[in-house]
Design a protein around this ligand. Sequence first.
Ligand code: HPA
Ligand code: ZN
Length: 343
Amino acid sequence: MSTDLATFIRGLPKAELHLHIEGSLEPELMFELAQRNRIALPFDTVEAIRAAYAFSNLQDFLDIYYQGAGVLQTERDFQDLTMAYFRRLHADGGVHAEIFYDPQTHTDRGQPFSVAADGILAGMQQAEDELGVSSKLIMSFLRHLSEEAAFETLKQAEPYLDRFVGVGLDSGEVGHPPSKFANVMKACRERGLLINAHAGEEGPPEYVYEALDILGVDRIDHGNRALEDPALTRRLVDMGITLTVCPLSNLSLCVVRDLKDHPMKRMLDLGLKATCNSDDPAYFGGYLAENYLRTAEALGLTRDDLATLARNSFSGSFLGEAEKAKHIAAVDAYVAASASGTV
Ligand code: HPA
Ligand code: ZN
């Protein structure tokens, strides 16, 4: 007898390519850290926090998300946060993750640059040692702030650049196009960093063009609205650009009205290199496996589709070619074993 869909998904080797570590802060840990650091929270209970997570757009979410991150004070807090995420990922059958963090969220409240960076890197090392899950770190610039502020962050990051695989661009998209960060992203590329940008989540297809043409991105985060432009869609297919798509995030932030309207199936059918990710799982109601499962149920994704998403997560990763090939072979072996009923 074949395994049920949830079991199949959990056993499928997969990578997560779009995860903001601050967005994995569960209310329970938020309370624990608030107590540890003697910080007052505007909520009395975990339930009250969860009840506040009803968003109608990206900015609604960002306001609460930046406030929540205020409980993260010490290296240990960041390490605990990071390790809590990796335990969830491991339980979901995730074997590799490329995670974002926002240095400016922390330095702008007076924290030295080293606190978040050292804490997250320590958590990543612990996950590798204790769970065998590999990872890479991407620092993101907040696009609602100036390019000058991003340059200042890059300067502070200098001692860490060999431990960052790339840079990203996140926060409120509309009104802050990729072109605003053309110079700083060029400087990042010259330092050997790979380039990511959130584009086409709420912003128009023009922002996706800018991410490609002005920033020269290696990956697009979200990219949903690229589908509004057939020429752009063709270009993304031809270039083989990976899109880090986040279905439950899209549902929570009203990018789609219902998961049944989600473009994931259409993206795969068009030949786009889509991947499935959780974005900010503590806020959007599901980690990696839940994103695969609920999307599969809503859209009728086949096991072949799910295996394609898993293969894309490795081929679109920033791992070396040999490691990509090893993980993709593991996906193939799992799918074959699953089809023959041996798992
Ligand atoms: N979009 C933009 N900025 C973000 C997001 C997102 O989905 N999550 C965390 N910061
Ligand atoms: Zn994101």
